[in-house]
Design a protein around this ligand. Structure first.
Ligand code: AKG
Ligand code: FE2
Length: 308
């Protein structure tokens, strides 16, 4: 199951669109600035296009973006009902990319749609220590020089975290370093102060805590430094559903062909089957017997796909 693919079905209600995108930054004591992570309200958007525009702009600026109220309580309840038996069973506490190619004398443009990389449910219990700060796109051995602004092509991953229960600094809300998606990849992450009760510590200013109410979402580029915080509460589970997307022509982090029951995949809409990795990435990536896998799985319903 890819929980993050379920939409808030109150999405198309006729709210007045309100741009809540903030491009301000915070000035640190040493004079440097940290870009602010924008907080968008899902219910304030009339169209998906405007919301996506603001998410993309926010991601380019700070590397992360919070979307309040993205999922309804009823959706979260059904997600939790589905996942809880699996969590209990573990017994643990714890681009769309376009490019121009030459083929003989012809110039051709191929579009490789993004695909799912992995889905994870994080159930983080009291006493869990903080995770080391990292970039998720390390899995692709990514290296970039520093850049003043974002440019298309720098990213290999988009990460979505949805709060199933409240996420607070105390129960380990993800610690994020805004702007680090633009740093030289050889630069280490800032040091998170030991026990963050000391607000005078300079480096604490460099962090954003992805605190969320149930149904809120946090999106982040794979190049942004982050890591789960420590759960220092006595009895709060931090429950987060995460989905990670990557380019259509890169290897998926989780092997979706073995991780899933093919019969269950066939029950999904064909667009989601493709997103899960059962489509082809143009040009000529991922075919079986020169057919798109979804065509073999669904017959004519999947249509005829050209591999360019
Ligand atoms: O649990 C979190 O908040 C973040 C987890 C994470 O970054 C990871 O596992 O890569
Ligand atoms: Fe991570």
């Amino acid at each position: 199951m890819a929980p993050a693919l379920i939409h808030n079905d109150s999405y198309h209600v006729d709210h007045l669109h309100k741009r809540s995108l903030s491009t301000t930054s915070t000035k640190l004591k040493n004079g440097s600035t940290v870009p602010k992570v924008a907080e968008l309200d899902f219910n304030a958007y009339k169209t998906e296009q405007r919301l996506v525009q603001d998410i993309v702009e926010s991601l380019k600026i700070s590397g992360g973006c919070v979307i309040r109220n993205m999922y309804k309580r009823s959706t979260l309840d059904s997600m939790e009902a589905e996942i809880r038996p699996h969590l209990d069973a573990t017994g643990k506490a714890d681009g769309r990319i376009t490019s121009l190619m030459l083929h003989g004398t012809h110039q051709r443009t191929s579009i490789s749609a993004p695909q799912l990389s992995t889905t994870v449910t994080f159930s983080v219990r009291p006493g869990t220590t903080a995770q080391g700060l990292h970039r998720d796109d390390d899995i692709y051995h990514t290296q970039h020089p520093a850049s003043a602004t974002h440019h298309q092509g720098r990213d290999t991953m988009l990460c979505l975290f949805v709060a199933g229960k409240k996420c607070t600094r105390q129960n380990g809300a993800t610690r994020v370093v805004p702007g680090s998606h633009l740093w030289d990849y050889r630069a280490p992450p800032p040091v998170y102060p030991e026990g963050d009760s000391n607000p005078s510590s300079g480096d604490l200013d460099k962090f954003f805590h992805a605190e969320m109410a149930p149904g809120d979402a946090f999106m982040m580029l794979g190049g942004t430094y982050h890591g789960a915080g420590a759960n220092t509460t006595a009895n709060e589970e931090r429950l987060v559903y995460a989905a990670f997307a990557t380019r259509g022509y890169l290897r998926q982090e989780e092997n979706q062909y073995l991780a899933n029951d093919l019969e269950k995949i066939k029950e999904l809409p064909i667009a989601l089957q493709r997103f899960a990795g059962f489509g082809a990435s143009k040009p000529y990536m991922g075919w079986v017997e020169m057919e798109e896998p979804v065509r073999i799985m669904n017959g004519e319903d999947a249509g005829d796909v050209e591999f360019w």
